[in-house]
Design a protein around this ligand. Structure first.
Ligand code: PLP
Length: 369
């Protein structure tokens, strides 16, 4: 038999680990399902009823390839966010677009800058393209745009990643700080502004406005959070038309399925449903904060659909609390590196799901002691 063919050098040097072990895989590993699923910042409410209806009507079209230009969705997103269609590219969620951006902008050995403990899928794609990751610490549990810009200048970075609002802390920076960051990075450096949670924001001044344009900023939006379509894998990148056209050099042209496009278009059209979701998520945040406080934890202010809770001690303690929650079938997560790892992170669920959290969290804390 011939020898097993070897991988190319860059993937050969990578560990075979994707950024997250999902709740299904965790459940298979432990032989038991979770009672509540609040660890992946998914929406726990169903998407707009218009989505189910549109998928039902479109189901027979599943036999056709999707529109690889995602024309109708692209036009609708452009109008929604205040841009021309040429400034918008539809992709397989933000995660998929992050991979394409890394490929478009990073040659092996070049530098991308992010915050230590920020969204790991960005890091995964950077390293996956043989590029080098530089990190700066959070400051007061927020990402620090000044430090990101300074590190980008020191290292001649090609990409800077900022999530606003942020995962895993739920915190945010002002739009003015984002704009200053864009002016402070070196020439030939792209600022990637991940706005996965922007719909949940309660402070309008903090949100980057509709139609905001800077040639070196690319915004990323998703249907996975407020629109409740994480399983459909749809998002978009918004930026300068020449950069957006760059995706056509490398993208998976049929990656966003026909039914995903149909679902996203229907969701985008139901503003009333979205407003209801945002309201219920805000109520869920308030309840989660109250649950945290009732148990002696400090809920961090959040502009997202989750609340990060400071357990008041070190990472080992918070990891033990998380372990006890998981053992009681509550799927939650926590930030990775110190000092963020003194916290656990729980998404806003339905009333019934938060009842389970209210019951289980004190048990978990008692078990840890
Ligand atoms: C900051 C951030 N960006 C992107 C994503 C994933 O977005 P998508 O489902 O569109 O790939 C998440 C999901 O948790 C996230 O927290």
């Amino acid at each position: 038999m011939a020898d097993l063919p070897s991988f190319a050098p860059i993937p050969a040097a990578l560990p075979a680990t994707v950024p997250f072990v999902g709740p299904e895989e965790m459940a298979r590993g432990r032989g038991r399902d979770f009672t509540v699923r609040l660890g992946a910042n998914e929406l726990t409410l169903p998407p707009s009823p218009a989505v189910a209806e549109a998928i039902r009507r479109g189901a027979a079209e599943a036999r056709w390839y999707p529109d690889s230009a995602a024309h109708d969705l692209r036009v609708a997103l452009a109008a929604h966010f205040g841009y021309a269609p040429e400034e918008v590219m539809v992709g397989e969620g933000i995660d998929g677009l992050l991979g394409l951006v890394a490929r478009l902008f990073l040659a092996p050995g070049q530098v991308a800058v992010t915050s230590l403990g920020a969204y790991p899928t960005f890091n995964y794609h950077v390293v996956g393209h043989g590029a080098r990751l530089e990190t700066v610490p959070y400051r007061g549990d927020r990402e620090d745009p000044e430090a990101l810009a300074a590190r980008a200048r020191e290292t001649g970075a090609r990409l800077v990643y900022l999530s606003n609002p942020d995962n895993p802390m739920g915190s945010w920076v002002s739009h003015a700080a984002v704009d200053t960051l864009a002016q402070a990075v070196p020439d030939d450096c792209l600022v990637l502004l991940d706005e996965a949670y922007a719909e949940f924001h309660t402070d309008a001044d903090a949100v980057t406005p509709r139609g905001y344009r800077r040639p070196n900023v690319m915004r990323l939006r998703t249907f996975s959070k407020a629109y409740g379509l994480a399983g459909m894998r749809v998002g978009c990148a918004i930026g300068h038309p020449e950069l957006v056209a760059g995706f056509d050099r490398i993208r998976n042209h049929f990656g966003v399925t026909r039914l995903s496009q149909i679902a996203a278009l229907a969701a985008l059209g139901d503003a009333e449903h979205l407003a209801g979701v945002v309201e219920r998520v805000a109520a869920g945040r308030a309840r989660l904060a109250a649950i945290a406080e009732a148990n002696g934890l400090v809920p961090l202010l959040s502009a997202t659909n989750f609340v990060t809770m400071d357990c008041g001690r070190d990472g080992d303690h918070a990891r033990a609390v998380l372990r006890e929650l998981l053992a009681r079938d509550v799927f939650a997560r926590m930030p990775g590196p110190a000092p963020l790892d003194r916290c656990i992170r729980i998404a806003t669920g339905t009333e019934a799901e938060l009842d389970v959290v209210a019951e289980t969290l004190p048990e978990a804390l008692r078990a840890v002691g």
